[in-house]
Design a protein around this ligand. Structure first.
Ligand code: ZN
Ligand code: ZN
Length: 356
């Protein structure tokens, strides 16, 4: 599998051109090996995985898609490999590369033309967008832990518990039940704070009549999951009910048009129309969804300007929200698998309005 991914890149590279993959997620995608540093060099004559002493023993044991080499002086070693294979141009993956690091590569490899050709990033994004059966089962497994964490937190929530305690309880449960970490910083915001889409949990205690929005996700084999649920604490007003119903209807409208071959913006529009037609113009200030995988935010996206057609096999979130500044907010988010004729929802937690 990892070998096929490397071969796909080798076949696409123009003659005498090599590619350097620098981001942690793409390195892992091509080698199966998680690491905080390293580089994958892909050339017409094969690929090298340069990795430092901390990882070398394990990498030699497990990585089969590349020749594994201990990184001693990475730039000199890469210069040597490029000379050996007769490469005159090196494309660098720039997705997570700083401008300083890119310039440093240019300076360190004067013998070749170092280029930030966007094709390399595009190829990697397109390959990573279509999940293999193994990737899908990792995401499913992360989803099971995430769903279980939601069921667990429902049994813990009570007025007086703080947002920070809610976030910690979710994270503790996920870690205890096999999550490798958290897919992103857990959001737990209540009352007025719930109008902050990515608010940081505070010491504010949950109060009666508060909405509590929890956005969290587990990780399995490096693959992320992403889910949001909003619940009411103690009681709920008619207006809160109306907003909640509208967000849920927006999500269902998005599901109604979601399938492979549709541009992300069409799915975003379907949800946004429901929110705007209900009179909440301007209250949904973020995009509807993003793909997930080895990273929590991947391509393609479902945003107002997402022209890219969603491929079959992509895993994307559908997360409409309404945020009324200074008052309250609601977001409902599922992670779903896109198929030729629709989608499969990988999120199984209930979505009817729960009053805890
Ligand atoms: Zn989320
Ligand atoms: Zn999300």
């Amino acid at each position: 599998m990892f070998n096929d991914r490397i071969q796909q890149l080798i076949h696409r590279l123009p003659p005498h051109t090599a590619a350097l993959v620098t981001s942690g997620a793409s390195r892992r995608y091509l080698t199966g090996f998680p690491s905080s540093a390293g580089a994958v060099l892909i050339t017409e004559q094969g690929a090298w995985f340069l990795i430092d002493f901390r990882y070398i023993e394990k990498a030699r044991e497990t990585v089969t898609s590349c020749q594994v080499a201990e990184a001693l002086s990475t730039k000199d070693q890469i210069a040597e490999y490029l000379t050996k294979v007769g490469a005159t141009e090196l494309w660098i993956e720039t997705r997570n590369l700083s401008l300083a690091a890119y310039r440093d590569w240019q300076k360190s490899l004067p013998e070749v033309r170092v280029s930030d050709c966007p094709l390399l990033d595009d190829w990697l994004a397109a390959m990573r967008a279509v999940k293999s059966p193994d990737e899908l089962s990792a995401i499913r497994a992360a989803g099971q832990i995430t769903d279980a964490a939601f069921a667990h937190i429902l049994s813990c929530l009570r007025p007086g518990m703080t947002e920070r305690e809610v976030a910690l309880e979710l994270e503790f449960f996920m870690r205890k039940n096999g999550s490798e970490g958290v897919a992103f910083d857990t959001v737990a915001v209540s009352g007025k704070n719930s109008s902050l889409p990515h608010g940081v949990p505070t010491d504010k205690p949950l109060g009666k009549g508060d909405f509590l929005t929890m956005d969290f996700g587990a990780v399995q084999h490096g693959y992320c999951f992403d889910m949001t649920r909003t619940v009411a604490i103690g009681s709920v007003s008619e207006e809160q009910k109306r907003v909640y119903k509208t967000v849920l209807a927006a999500q269902n409208a998005a599901f109604g048009v979601l399938r492979a071959g549709v541009p992300g913006k069409t799915v975003d529009r379907a949800a946004r129309d429901v929110i705007e037609n209900a009179g909440y113009h301007g209250a949904f200030g973020h995009s509807l969804g993003h793909s997930v995988g080895l990273e929590i935010h991947e391509d393609p996206t479902a945003a107002p300007r997402s022209e890219a057609l969603l491929p079959a096999g992509t895993v994307i979130t559908v997360e409409p929200g309404i945020y009324l500044a200074g008052r309250f907010g609601v977001r409902i988010e599922d992670t779903v698998f896109v198929t030729a004729d629709g989608y499969e929802n990988l999120t199984h937690s209930p979505k009817e309005l729960i009053i805890c």
